[in-house]
Design a protein around this ligand. Structure first.
Ligand code: XBP
Ligand code: MG
Length: 250
């Protein structure tokens, strides 16, 4: 969809965990710990341990990896699946209780995109049972045109599949969209699908390698509030550079 000045920005595809909301440390982590306790499994992930475990995407895979590292071999996969079902239900309740706040400035970004006619989509590793109510709560019902979750893919991030499906559902080539991610794993997934990617990192992901990003910042809000205009600038600069990524601070 090229125009006189290069490809247009038609859609922004947001990651969820860490990007729409800072969910990992005080949202998912306590839900995993409560699920371990409910299943009588003597595991408690502290803040630092959980940060390291984020290298394994997908809650079920994360639990299984940790159980195996602790010497559980025979039934690690089955036990992980059981514990993760409980965790998913606990986190869903947390979401439905309205307990998850958007990252500061995110609602203003979303409003600005919508007012500018830029379509909004979601590409996440998380499970649909909690993702759908959370996205509706944070963005407003129906604001995200398509929501692609960990239930929709055969390979989780850093595999690009979730972003490819989002682009397919939007009917857009990668050059007409911008991904917003918080982590190096998410960045790899988005760039693997050919998407220019803005990284808005968190305390957990600060310091990761974001050299493949179109731009990097640490917040949505503040004097440099992220708007539709700033997304268009980041996208246009990336396109003008021929998709060359240099991670300038936006
Ligand atoms: C998020 C994840 C998920 C969440 C937990 O990664 O890896 O596993 O931590 O959610 P991203 P589930 O932000 O890159 O999508 O327990 O539903 O997997
Ligand atoms: Mg994330």
């Amino acid at each position: 969809m090229p125009d006189a000045d290069g490809p247009m920005l038609g859609a922004v595809i947001f990651d969820v965990d860490g990007t729409l909301a800072d969910t990992e440390r005080d949202g998912h982590r306590p839900a995993f710990n409560a699920a371990f306790a409910q299943h009588g499994v003597p595991v408690h992930w502290d803040v630092e341990q959980y940060g390291a475990l984020l290298a394994v995407t997908g809650g079920r895979r994360r639990i299984a990896a940790d159980l195996r590292a602790r010497g559980v071999t025979a039934d690690a996969e089955e036990l992980a699946a059981d514990i993760h079902r409980t965790k998913t239900e606990l986190f869903r309740r947390h979401v439905l209780a309205g307990a998850v706040e958007p990252r500061p400035g995110l609602p203003e970004t979303v409003k600005s995109l919508a007012e500018d006619g830029i379509r909004i989509a979601i590409a996440t590793t998380g499970r649909r049972a909690w993702v759908e109510p959370l996205v509706a709560h944070l963005l407003g019902a129906g604001v995200a045109e398509t929501v692609v979750t960990g239930d929709d893919v055969t390979a989780l991030k850093p595999d690009p599949q979730v972003y490819r499906i989002a682009l397919e559902r939007l009917g857009l080539p990668a050059e007409n969209a911008l991904a917003v991610e918080d982590s190096a794993i998410g960045l790899a997934a988005a760039t693997g699908a050919g998407l220019p990617t803005l990284v808005v990192h968190t305390d957990y992901t600060r310091g990761q390698d974001f050299t493949a990003a179109a731009a990097v910042r640490n917040r949505f809000d503040g004097p440099d509030q992220l708007t539709a205009a700033s997304c268009r600038r980041i996208h246009a600069r990336w396109c003008a550079a021929g998709g060359v990524t240099s991670a300038p601070t936006a």
